[in-house]
Structure formats: C-alpha cells, structure tokens
Write a new protein. Structure first.
Length: 231
C-alpha cells in the first residue's frame, strides 16, 4: 500500500484520469461494465445464487470440473443443459464425463486423450491441465491432419492418427452429428490403445420424436431435409 501511495503522489494526473474513465464507463452503461469487469464477478455470482436460492432452485454440491464445493442453479426445466455450476458454468453431461474419467482412471492426467469437437469448461480444463490432450475439429475445407487456428482437423470417420494412439477418446454430443457412426466408432476403436476407452454422450429424450436433419445423396453430397421423422 505505501508503494501504491508513492506512485499516486508521483503521477496524480494519471490516476485521476483512470478514476474518471471508470466513472464515465459505469455511468454510460453500468450493466455492461459490471458484467465485463472480473472484480465484480464474486458479487454478481452471489446475487445470482441468492436469486435462485430464494426461488428454491439452488443446491450445494461438488463440481468435478472446478474440483471444489460450489452452488448449482436450475436455469430451466431441461436440466441436462440448464443445471449450472455457478463457478465454471458447466452443465450436467460435462460434469458426468469428468466424474467418470476421474473415478475410472486415477492416473488420468498421465494418459493420452483425444477429444473431438470440444468446447466449454471441460475443454478449458483439459487444455490447461493435461499435457497429453489432443483436441480436434472437422472443417470440410481443411485437409485432415493439418491445422486451422491452432487446432488439428480430423474427420471421425477417417482419421489420420496411427493405430493405438490414445488411452482415451472423448466425444460429447458429437456422434449424433456423424453421417456414418459405424465408421466413426470403428476409427475410434482403431486409434485406441489396448485397454483404452471411448467415453461419450449423446442426447436422448424418450418422449420426444427423432428427426432426420440431413441426408446423403447418391452423389455423396450432404443435404438438409424437411425434418423427416424416424418411425
């Protein structure tokens, strides 16, 4: 604190200007300023927790993504996508994947992991904490095995990885978007080491009808459908 006071005395105009800038930013759009400034995150999170607790939609528990005790809130009735951790904003399927991996593979951080089309809090955790983690995406206009924006391009139906490359392959809500899932499962099995595991999720809600969103033409092209329904 004394060091900070010396800086302020040495350059008072600099700090006065900074305070004025914050004042005008708050005055112009207080909601945007508060939401973007990380200093206010604990306060915003506390208000959010209080709001949902008063509605009976908050629960305490442990988050395997944060690896800390936290509060979970119910944002909407469809819990699969709306039961959030207030710290990392993870949803249940992401936490379930991480729980399975942590409990079934005690040496998880030492294993080689391939995840297709990752996103969200679990992606950030794997990327930052796991050295043998390989995330991939598929771009139709990028050659498989090459890179775009720092990430490798791979088609799950025909991957360029050598046999037995990974201990674990993860796909979170990906397989339902694959045109030929049998090929993808076969390729995943090929790239797994002996004893390896494919841990994955797919959305499933029994009361809801299934729709065919796209189909492959005789020429091998992909085209959209008019929401044709599987019977």
């Amino acid at each position: 604190m004394p060091c900070l006071m010396r800086r302020i005395y040495a350059q008072p105009s600099k700090y006065i200007y900074a305070v004025k800038r914050i004042y005008w930013a708050i005055r112009e759009d207080p909601v945007e300023y508060i939401s973007k400034n990380k200093l206010f995150e604990p306060m915003i999170r506390g208000i959010e927790i209080l709001k949902y607790a008063l509605m009976g939609k908050a629960n305490f528990g442990y988050c395997p993504i944060c690896e800390k005790n936290t509060t979970f809130i119910v944002k909407a009735p469809w819990l699969r996508d709306n039961y959030l951790c207030t710290k990392c904003r993870s949803i249940p399927r992401v936490r379930h994947i991480m729980h399975v991996l942590q409990t079934q593979f005690p040496n998880l951080q030492k294993l080689s992991i391939h995840e297709s089309s990752p996103s969200g809090p679990s992606f950030a955790k794997f990327r930052d904490e796991y050295k043998e983690y390989v995330p991939t995406y598929f771009w139709p206009d990028v050659a498989p095995g090459s890179f775009k924006n720092g990430y490798r391009c791979e088609n799950l139906e025909d991957m360029t990885f050598p046999d037995a490359s990974f201990d674990i392959v993860i796909t979170q809500d990906v397989m339902e978007h694959v045109m030929h899932p049998t090929k993808a499962f076969s390729e995943i099995a090929r790239t797994l080491k002996p004893g390896g595991a494919h841990v994955f999720t797919v959305p499933c809600c029994a009361p809801m009808p299934t729709f065919v969103r796209v189909r492959e033409t005789d020429e091998g092209e992909i085209e959209g459908t008019s929401k044709n329904r599987y019977s």
